[in-house]
Design a protein around this ligand. Structure first.
Ligand SMILES: Cc1cc2ncn([C@H]3O[C@H](COP(=O)(O)O)[C@@H](O)[C@H]3O)c2cc1C
Ligand SMILES: O=C(O)c1cccnc1
Length: 341
């Protein structure tokens, strides 16, 4: 008999052991077709690799992006009481209304690229615990929120881009990175929505206080998620896992969304093999985080917005890469002469 106390996190850990791997036969089929397309070999650079990546995780010899979906998860954070954002928490609800009315940056990107868009309200009027003094969530709430995030893809999609809305969550992401990777809080903290030098000091102090408060518990990545994380981070982690199980490739957004992937990566690095980094955020240490995760961002536009904007822009590129691979003519079809030798 085992004397180990069972925890709601055990189900998550079990789920991770059942994840499918890449479909190498589908990748080989993409490489074969790519050689026949009317272009010099390798001339589409990373777009060619994207087609292979889609095939690997969709397990389809001809990958397709016909129903791309951007999911934004919104939540509120108790740590905002520590003056860590340039904006008040009311902005969360106001931005939900803005998303619904079609007035946010993400709405325009989705419209421009033909991407589906869904927003998930994670009890936006109920902030999580202030991580400097308490746990953000208890275990049951954390797992329930991950399960909620798993529902994001229930309507079906063939490419998932994930993003977030949550005033204060660049502090949350910095706390997660400090907990996972160590080093001084200053290294991981950035200006988020644009805090001044005083605000930056308050962010660093908040991260330091959170790390001190939760101590050795932070050795377990799922404890990092529930103690110094937030609901939108837990939901994004759930969405990433569900996408893997249903063979849906994932595009990550910036500094904040990447923290959900970082938690999963810390449990087991292969957990996020089906994810690509949509862009390099201008926020603080995103570059360092992506290097640790082994991800090369598709775009680097100096953006630091969140709300899935960088992931959605990159999803447009992924959509184009799939269309190029599927719909280009071959040398034979087009009557174009092949390479001399
Ligand atoms: C109007 C507005 C729209 C946004 N859309 C995304 N964020 C971004 O800023 C927040 C994180 O920054 P911090 O940690 O400094 O609060 C998150 O809500 C994030 O998605 C926004 C922020 C604002 C103000
Ligand atoms: O890169 C991000 O995710 C980000 C940066 C600043 C503000 N909100 C989000």
């Amino acid at each position: 008999m085992s004397d180990a106390v069972s925890s709601p996190f055990d189900d998550i850990r079990r789920l991770i052991t059942t994840m499918p791997g890449p479909d190498e036969a589908a990748v080989e089929a993409v490489r074969m077709r790519d050689r026949q397309l009317t272009k010099p070999a390798g001339s589409l650079g990373r777009l060619e690799w994207i087609a292979e990546w889609l095939a690997a995780w969709q397990a389809k010899p001809t990958p397709s992006v016909d129903r791309p979906l951007v999911c934004v998860f919104a939540a509120s954070h108790g740590v905002t009481a520590k003056g860590v954002s340039a904006f008040p928490s009311e902005v969360n609800r106001q931005m939900l209304e803005n998303f619904a009315a079609g007035g946010a940056a993400i709405n325009q990107i989705c419209a421009a690229y033909g991407l589906g868009f869904k927003v998930f309200d994670l009890a936006i009027d109920m902030p999580t615990g202030d991580i400097t003094e308490a746990e953000a969530m208890d275990e049951k709430a954390c797992v329930a929120t991950m399960a909620f995030g798993m529902e994001a893809i229930a309507g079906g999609t063939d490419l998932l881009a994930i993003g977030e809305m949550g005033i204060g969550n660049t502090t949350i992401a910095a706390a997660i990175y400090t907990a996972l990777y160590g080093g001084p809080a200053e290294h991981w903290v950035g200006r988020g929505t644009g805090v001044d030098d005083e605000g930056l000091r308050r962010k660093v102090a908040a991260v330091e206080a959170a790390i001190a408060r939760h101590g050795d518990h932070l050795k377990d990545p799922l404890e990092v998620l529930r103690r110094v994380g937030g609901r939108e981070i837990a939901a994004m982690a759930g969405a990433i896992l569900a996408a893997r199980l249903q063979r849906i490739p994932v595009v990550l957004d910036g500094y904040v969304a990447t923290s959900a992937a970082a938690v999963l990566h810390a449990i087991h690095p292969s957990t996020i093999d089906h994810c690509i980094a949509g862009h390099l955020s201008a926020e603080g240490a995103h570059q360092d985080v992506l290097a640790r995760l082994g991800k090369i961002p598709l775009l680097a536009l100096g953006m630091r917005l969140g709300e899935g904007s960088g992931a959605a822009l990159a999803a447009g590129l992924v959509k184009a890469a799939a269309a190029i691979h599927r719909d280009m003519a071959t040398f034979g079809q087009a009557g174009v002469s092949e390479r001399l030798s």
